[in-house]
Design a protein around this ligand. Structure first.
Ligand SMILES: [Zn+2]
Length: 159
């Protein structure tokens, strides 16, 4: 179960709608599946990124774009990691949006996923977030959905 506050959800929705029709992406900082901070990142996906692992991506490379691919620069992840550690937090998840697609992980998402993270996906239809769901890899590297819990508003003031 992944826990977020209403204002964090609002932040994710705004980011996803602003980036439409491209995918947005970012990191979830927190501890024990409780999100404490949203860390939006730039979508740095380029064709070269997919070409680096062709065995995982049999699709026609020309059909890929930031409409259906995302990548977070390693330097950005390191920076977020350092920031999180300084506050006794960690990166606990990665979020991204699916413009005009369901909030279900793609084969590409599975190929680049780490089993330690939650993967929150927001489905955006015509610039509006229609759905969001969270996923985590199981021992067989298959995504299993995990429930999202919305924290009570006052828990935001207890930190
Ligand atoms: Zn995806």
């Amino acid at each position: 179960m992944l826990s977020l506050t209403p204002s964090q959800i609002e932040q994710l929705i705004t980011h996803a709608q602003t980036c439409y029709p491209e995918e947005c992406c970012g990191l979830l900082l927190g501890q024990n599946k409780i999100v404490r901070e949203i860390w939006p990142t730039e979508n740095t996906w380029t064709l070269a990124f997919s070409q680096a692992m062709p065995e995982l991506l049999p699709q026609n490379p020309q059909s890929q774009s930031r409409h259906d691919r995302f990548a977070i620069a390693p330097a950005t992840i390191l920076k977020a990691q350092k920031y999180a550690r300084a506050q006794d937090l960690a990166i606990i998840g990665i979020y991204h949006s699916h413009p005009d697609h369901a909030a279900i992980p793609s084969e590409y998402d599975r190929a680049i996923a780490w089993d330690i993270y939650s993967y929150l996906i927001l489905s955006v239809h015509q610039r509006r977030v229609a759905d969001y769901r969270s996923w985590q890899l199981d021992g067989d590297r298959q995504f299993q959905e995990e429930p999202i819990q919305i924290q009570h508003l006052d828990s935001e003031f207890l930190q």
